[in-house]
Design a binder for this molecule. Structure first.
Ligand SMILES: [Zn+2]
Length: 437
C-alpha cells in the first residue's frame, strides 16, 4: 500500500478546507474552555466569529514567552497551558530549553495516540514498512522526538531497536550485529556515525541501512545527498517540534515536504508583518495549530521556522500542501557587516563541495567596529599540509562567493572540534548583546 491513510492523504482541497475549519473551531472552543492561557487571551473571540480559514488570521499568535509565563501557574508543572484534568496526564515531555526555561508538555493517553498517528504518516511516507528493523541511536530522555519515532515505528509495524546507553562504536557494532536496515537520527549524528565507522575500518555503506529518516536540523539537499552516498541508502527529512508536534515529512519524490493535513492547520506568513500568507516559492514563518491535541491546546503557535512555500500538487498522488524547503529558524538569521547571513548556506557548501571536511565550526566576533567571521575546519586525517592549504584557499573563495562575506579560515587538528549527538551548534555569535541560542 502506498499511503498510510489513503482516504485522508488524497482528499480534494475543498474537503481539507472544510475539515480543517471545522476542527479549528472545535479546538478553539475547547481551548477557551479548558486552558487558562486561551480563556484569558481569546476571551473576546467566539468560535462563531471564525467562518472561513481567512478568519483564522484574526486570532493573535501564541509564542513561547507567553507559554512560559502561564506555565508558572498552578497546577504544577504545566500551569495554565494544561487542557485536561491533571489526573488524565500519562506522559511528561519537555522542550530542550536551549532558548530559555523549558516548556513542559503534558500528554494524555488520547493526545499521545493522536501524535503517534500523525507521526505514522511521516514514517510511512518515507517508505518505512514492517520489514524494516529500525535502529534509534539515542537515549530518549524527556525529549519527545525519539519517543514519537519509537511508538510510530511500532504502529507502522517496523521492528524497533532502542540504541541508547551505548557509545557510537557500540551502536555501530549493534547495527551490524542485529542487521538493522533502517535508522532515525539527526543529519549531524548520521555523518558522525559514518566518520566513526570509517575510523573503525568499516565502510558505512556496508552497515546495511536502507532507509534513514532525519530531523532536528535544517538539512540542505547536499547534506542529504552526502548521507545517501555514505550509507548508500535513501534519506528523508521531516520537521516538527515538541510543542507543535511533527507537522510535515518528505515523500518518495524527496522534493520538499508534505504538511500532515488535516492533523495540522499550517500557515506560512510573511515574516515582516506575520499577517499575510505568502505565495508559492516565497519565504515565510510557519504558524501551526495542532487540530486534535487537547491535553495541551495550541492555537496559532509561532514556530519561528522559516520555510519556502511549496506547491499543492505532487507526483506521489498526495493532495496535502507542501513546503519546498526548510531554510532555518528566524533566530538563525544574522546580520553580519550588513549582510543577511544564514548558517545553512555554509552547511550546504561544505556538504556539497568539500567531502574532505569532516567537521566545522563558525564564529562571528566584533573586532573594533568590524564583525569578523572565522570558519574552523577539520579535515580527513589522511591529508597532508599542502592539500590542507589548498582546501583552505578553496573554502575561503567558496564562502565569499556564496555569502558575500570574507571568512578567516583555520584548519584544525583531527578530532579537535566538538562532535554532536543531537542538534549541532556549529555557529557561535560572540558579538555583544548576542546570544548563541
Ligand atoms: Zn509527494
Amino acid at each position: 500500500m502506498k499511503y498510510w491513510n489513503p482516504y485522508l492523504e488524497t482528499l480534494p482541497r475543498e474537503e481539507f478546507n472544510r475539515i480543517e475549519l471545522s476542527y479549528f473551531r472545535n479546538i478553539l472552543s475547547y481551548a477557551k474552555e479548558h486552558s487558562v492561557l486561551y480563556r484569558e487571551k481569546l476571551h473576546h473571540i467566539r468560535s462563531d466569529d471564525i467562518r472561513t480559514l481567512d478568519d483564522v488570521k484574526k486570532i493573535p499568535l501564541t509564542d513561547k514567552d507567553e507559554m512560559r509565563k502561564y506555565q508558572e501557574m498552578e497546577p504544577f508543572p504545566y500551569g495554565g497551558l494544561l487542557g485536561s484534568d491533571i489526573g488524565k496526564v500519562t506522559t511528561f515531555r519537555q522542550t530542550s530549553g536551549t532558548t530559555g526555561k523549558p516548556v513542559y508538555v503534558p500528554e494524555t493517553y488520547e493526545s499521545w495516540q493522536w501524535r503517534i498517528e500523525a507521526w505514522c504518516h511521516i514514517l510511512y511516507m518515507a517508505g518505512f514498512r514492517p520489514h524494516h528493523r529500525v535502529f534509534l541511536p539515542f537515549g530518549y530522555n524527556v525529549y519527545v522526538a525519539f519517543w514519537e519515532a519509537h511508538f510510530a515505528s511500532e504502529k507502522v509495524g517496523c521492528e524497533l531497536v532502542p540504541g541508547g546507553a551505548l557509545d557510537t562504536k557500540g551502536r555501530i557494532h549493534k547495527i551490524l550485529e542485529i542487521r538493522a536496515n533502517g535508522m532515525m537520527n539527526t543529519p549531524t549524528y548520521g555523518l558522525h556515525i559514518a566518520e566513526e565507522a570509517k575510523a573503525m575500518g568499516i565502510d558505512p555503506a556496508s552497515l546495511g541501512i536502507e532507509r534513514m529518516l532525519c530531523a532536528g536540523e535544517p538539512m540542505p539537499p547536499a547534506t542529504r545527498k552526502r548521507l545517501e552516498e555514505l550509507f548508500r541508502c535513501h534519506v528523508f527529512d521531516h520537521i516538527g517540534g515538541t510543542e507543535p508536534c511533527a507537522w510535515a515529512g518528505m515523500c518518495e519524490t524527496k522534493e520538499g515536504m508534505h504538511i500532515i493535513e488535516p492533523f495540522f492547520l499550517v500557515e506560512i506568513l510573511d515574516r515582516e508583518t506575520l499577517q499575510k500568507e505568502v505565495k508559492e516559492g516565497e519565504l515565510g514563518v510557519v504558524v501551526v495549530t495542532p487540530l486534535g491535541r487537547r491535553s495541551f491546546p495550541l492555537i496559532r503557535f509561532n514556530t519561528k521556522d522559516l520555510v519556502i512555500k511549496g506547491s499543492e500538487a505532487c507526483s506521489c498522488g498526495r493532495t496535502t500542501r507542501k513546503i519546498k524547503e526548510v531554510v532555518g529558524r528566524t533566530d538563525d538569521l544574522r546580520k553580519i557587516r550588513g549582510v543577511l547571513f544564514s548558517p545553512k548556506t555554509v552547511e550546504e557548501v561544505i556538504r556539497r563541495d568539500f567531502p574532505e571536511v569532516v567537521e566545522y565550526e563558525m564564529m562571528v566576533e566584533r573586532k573594533g567596529i568590524m564583525d569578523e567571521i572565522t570558519l574552523k575546519a577539520e579535515l580527513t586525517p589522511n591529508l597532508g599540509k599542502e592539500e590542507g592549504e589548498k582546501i583552505k584557499a578553496r573554502l575561503k573563495e567558496s564562502m565569499k562567493v556564496k555569502t558575500n562575506l570574507s571568512f578567516h579560515v583555520k584548519i584544525e587538528l583531527p578530532g579537535s572540534l566538538p562532535r554532536y549527538m543531537l542538534k549541532a551548534t556549529r555557529f557561535k555569535d560572540m558579538r555583544e548583546g548576542k546570544t548563541n541560542e
